[in-house]
Design a protein around this ligand. Structure first.
Ligand code: FES
Length: 146
Protein backbone atom coordinates (compact mmCIF):
# COMPACT_ATOMS: atom_id res chain seq x y z
CA UNK A 1 0.00 0.00 0.00
CA UNK A 2 2.77 2.38 0.84
CA UNK A 3 4.55 1.85 -2.48
CA UNK A 4 1.65 3.15 -4.54
CA UNK A 5 0.24 -0.25 -5.43
CA UNK A 6 -3.40 -0.92 -4.92
CA UNK A 7 -4.06 -3.02 -1.87
CA UNK A 8 -5.17 -6.52 -2.58
CA UNK A 9 -8.36 -7.21 -0.71
CA UNK A 10 -9.28 -10.68 0.32
CA UNK A 11 -12.95 -11.45 -0.15
CA UNK A 12 -14.71 -11.24 3.17
CA UNK A 13 -16.32 -14.24 4.76
CA UNK A 14 -19.73 -14.71 3.25
CA UNK A 15 -18.70 -13.33 -0.13
CA UNK A 16 -18.24 -9.83 -1.45
CA UNK A 17 -19.94 -6.97 0.36
CA UNK A 18 -23.19 -5.79 -1.06
CA UNK A 19 -23.59 -2.19 -1.98
CA UNK A 20 -25.52 -0.24 0.63
CA UNK A 21 -28.95 0.57 -0.65
CA UNK A 22 -30.67 3.77 0.49
CA UNK A 23 -33.43 1.82 2.22
CA UNK A 24 -30.87 -0.17 4.28
CA UNK A 25 -29.10 3.03 5.24
CA UNK A 26 -32.26 4.69 6.50
CA UNK A 27 -33.43 1.55 8.26
CA UNK A 28 -30.11 1.21 10.12
CA UNK A 29 -30.21 4.88 11.07
CA UNK A 30 -33.76 4.57 12.34
CA UNK A 31 -32.90 1.54 14.50
CA UNK A 32 -29.79 3.24 15.91
CA UNK A 33 -31.78 6.36 16.70
CA UNK A 34 -34.47 4.32 18.49
CA UNK A 35 -31.81 2.50 20.52
CA UNK A 36 -30.12 5.75 21.55
CA UNK A 37 -33.43 7.37 22.45
CA UNK A 38 -34.50 4.38 24.52
CA UNK A 39 -31.23 4.15 26.43
CA UNK A 40 -31.25 7.89 27.10
CA UNK A 41 -34.38 7.69 29.22
CA UNK A 42 -34.39 7.62 33.02
CA UNK A 43 -36.92 5.31 34.63
CA UNK A 44 -38.78 7.10 37.42
CA UNK A 45 -41.30 5.55 39.77
CA UNK A 46 -44.02 7.90 40.98
CA UNK A 47 -46.00 6.54 43.93
CA UNK A 48 -49.34 8.08 44.74
CA UNK A 49 -50.35 8.53 48.37
CA UNK A 50 -52.59 5.43 48.16
CA UNK A 51 -49.61 3.34 47.01
CA UNK A 52 -50.41 3.24 43.30
CA UNK A 53 -47.14 3.09 41.38
CA UNK A 54 -46.44 4.56 37.96
CA UNK A 55 -43.12 3.63 36.33
CA UNK A 56 -42.34 6.10 33.56
CA UNK A 57 -39.41 6.66 31.18
CA UNK A 58 -38.51 10.34 31.42
CA UNK A 59 -36.20 12.15 29.05
CA UNK A 60 -33.15 13.73 30.70
CA UNK A 61 -33.43 17.51 30.71
CA UNK A 62 -37.06 17.49 31.76
CA UNK A 63 -37.94 18.02 35.41
CA UNK A 64 -39.38 15.26 37.57
CA UNK A 65 -42.60 17.31 37.61
CA UNK A 66 -42.70 17.50 33.79
CA UNK A 67 -42.26 13.74 33.60
CA UNK A 68 -45.37 13.32 35.73
CA UNK A 69 -47.51 15.96 34.03
CA UNK A 70 -46.65 14.82 30.49
CA UNK A 71 -47.70 11.30 31.45
CA UNK A 72 -50.87 12.31 33.30
CA UNK A 73 -49.67 10.99 36.64
CA UNK A 74 -52.12 12.06 39.34
CA UNK A 75 -50.86 13.64 42.55
CA UNK A 76 -48.63 16.38 41.12
CA UNK A 77 -50.66 19.47 40.25
CA UNK A 78 -47.89 21.89 39.20
CA UNK A 79 -50.19 24.90 39.12
CA UNK A 80 -47.41 27.37 38.23
CA UNK A 81 -46.02 25.23 35.43
CA UNK A 82 -42.59 24.81 37.00
CA UNK A 83 -41.77 28.38 38.02
CA UNK A 84 -41.14 27.42 41.66
CA UNK A 85 -44.09 29.58 42.67
CA UNK A 86 -46.86 27.25 43.86
CA UNK A 87 -45.51 24.25 45.82
CA UNK A 88 -48.16 21.98 44.26
CA UNK A 89 -45.48 19.66 42.87
CA UNK A 90 -44.31 18.55 46.30
CA UNK A 91 -42.81 15.03 46.46
CA UNK A 92 -40.88 12.93 48.91
CA UNK A 93 -37.60 11.73 47.37
CA UNK A 94 -36.55 8.17 48.18
CA UNK A 95 -33.64 8.20 50.65
CA UNK A 96 -31.37 6.38 48.19
CA UNK A 97 -31.60 9.30 45.76
CA UNK A 98 -31.34 12.27 48.11
CA UNK A 99 -27.70 12.98 47.28
CA UNK A 100 -28.25 12.61 43.54
CA UNK A 101 -31.20 14.99 43.44
CA UNK A 102 -29.16 17.77 45.03
CA UNK A 103 -30.23 20.31 47.60
CA UNK A 104 -33.10 22.76 47.78
CA UNK A 105 -32.45 26.28 46.57
CA UNK A 106 -33.41 29.19 48.86
CA UNK A 107 -36.44 29.87 46.69
CA UNK A 108 -37.55 26.22 46.79
CA UNK A 109 -37.03 26.24 50.55
CA UNK A 110 -39.30 29.23 50.98
CA UNK A 111 -41.97 27.77 48.67
CA UNK A 112 -41.99 24.55 50.69
CA UNK A 113 -43.20 26.65 53.63
CA UNK A 114 -46.56 26.69 51.83
CA UNK A 115 -46.72 22.92 51.43
CA UNK A 116 -48.36 20.50 53.88
CA UNK A 117 -46.48 17.66 55.55
CA UNK A 118 -42.98 18.76 54.64
CA UNK A 119 -40.30 16.26 55.63
CA UNK A 120 -36.50 16.14 55.40
CA UNK A 121 -36.77 14.48 51.98
CA UNK A 122 -39.39 16.90 50.62
CA UNK A 123 -38.63 18.55 47.30
CA UNK A 124 -40.49 20.49 44.67
CA UNK A 125 -40.39 18.13 41.71
CA UNK A 126 -40.18 21.01 39.23
CA UNK A 127 -36.78 21.82 40.71
CA UNK A 128 -35.31 18.35 40.15
CA UNK A 129 -33.82 18.03 36.70
CA UNK A 130 -33.79 14.51 35.30
CA UNK A 131 -30.32 13.21 34.44
CA UNK A 132 -28.99 9.75 33.59
CA UNK A 133 -27.92 9.50 37.24
CA UNK A 134 -31.56 9.60 38.31
CA UNK A 135 -32.42 6.39 36.47
CA UNK A 136 -34.37 4.35 39.04
CA UNK A 137 -35.51 7.38 41.06
CA UNK A 138 -38.53 6.83 43.31
CA UNK A 139 -40.69 9.74 44.47
CA UNK A 140 -43.81 9.61 46.60
CA UNK A 141 -46.60 12.11 46.47
CA UNK A 142 -48.22 13.66 49.56
CA UNK A 143 -51.88 13.08 50.37
CA UNK A 144 -52.78 16.46 48.92
CA UNK A 145 -51.07 19.32 47.09
CA UNK A 146 -53.47 21.96 48.49
S1 FES B 1 -44.77 23.51 39.66
FE1 FES B 1 -45.13 25.23 40.92
S2 FES B 1 -43.55 25.10 42.39
FE2 FES B 1 -43.25 23.35 41.14
Amino acid sequence: MHDGQAAHREPQAGGPRKACRPHDFHERGRRLSERLTRSAMAKITYIEHDGTEHVIDVKPGLSVMEGAVKNNIPGIDADCGGACACATCHVYVDEAFLAKTGTRSAMEESMLDFAEGVEENSRLSCQIKVTDDLDGLVVRMPESQH
